[in-house]
Design a protein around this ligand. Structure first.
Ligand code: URA
Ligand code: SF4
Length: 243
């Protein structure tokens, strides 16, 4: 590991960091690579949930979580991503919007919802008196772009789940809005149609959750924009009842 990276990890209290559940250190390894206090890329766990060291994902602070995601190789999406897309916004927001995963533009920039769908999301926020970054946080089910914008697989979504889960714990939003079937399906752990999940207040870890259409879908299905507007009004009314 280069010294700069080691220093950053040390400053964040991340060394020792990765410890696999099974210790299968071969005899042939050099003393440098046998050192359990080093966090090299090849030492990273096969799944984010396998981290069993002093800093498991569920007890990381923001800096630790951001650094961990930026180095994550827990699923195959790490092989094709340009940038991880951690999430953006007010870290104490009442509102959390959760999309599916980064697209091409997000992968380039490292920020969620910056492409065409992002413009529509910004308009959706404006429609209910909200603004990106102000009392709003935006994240995705997976932090790395699925190639060709395919849906993330269940394996990829599960590998990434501890990160979103920790973000949600740290933000402690009052209301989560799941954007689209992939987001809602993963957060609610069900495989129902989007229409059957709309119009109800669900729950994620005790936090109220409302489902609406994904903005990328709305760009292709304009008539459903009216339904999305209805969902947003429902979300706003729900938030008002929570405050
Ligand atoms: N679609 C998503 O679900 N998330 C993004 O960040 C961008 C597009
Ligand atoms: Fe890690 Fe999530 Fe990226 Fe997979 S999608 S490599 S679990 S950050």
């Amino acid at each position: 590991m280069n010294n700069r990276r080691k220093k950053i990890l040390q400053e964040l209290g991340l060394t020792p960091i990765w410890k696999k559940r099974t210790d299968s250190t071969p005899e042939s390894l050099t003393s440098e690579s046998r050192e359990t206090t080093s966090a090299t890329m090849k030492d990273l766990p096969a799944s984010a949930s396998e981290v069993t060291c002093d800093h498991p994902v569920h007890s990381m602070n923001w800096d630790q979580l951001k650094l961990t995601v930026s180095n994550c190789t827990a699923c195959a999406l790490c092989e094709t991503r340009k940038n991880t897309v951690f999430g953006v916004g007010d870290e104490q927001a009442d509102w959390l919007f959760v999309g599916e995963g980064p697209g091409a533009r997000e992968d380039e920039i490292g920020e969620p919802f910056v492409g065409q769908a992002g413009k529509l999301l910004d308009q959706m926020l404006t429609a209910i008196g909200l603004k990106r970054g102000s009392n709003v946080y935006i994240a995705n089910i997976v932090k790395c772009r699925p190639p060709n914008n395919r849906n993330p697989s269940d394996t990829e979504a599960s590998a990434c789940e501890p990160f979103l889960n920790r973000q949600i714990q740290l933000i402690a939003p009052k209301l989560i809005v799941a954007l689209g079937k992939v987001s809602a399906g993963n957060l609610l752990n069900r495989n129902d149609s989007l229409s059957s999940m709309r119009g109800k207040v669900h729950e994620y870890s005790g936090i109220p959750l409302i489902v609406t259409y994904h903005p990328a879908y709305l760009l292709r299905a304009l008539p459903d924009k009216a339904k999305a507007w209805k969902d947003l009004c429902f979300a706003k009314a729900t938030m008002e009842s929570l405050l």
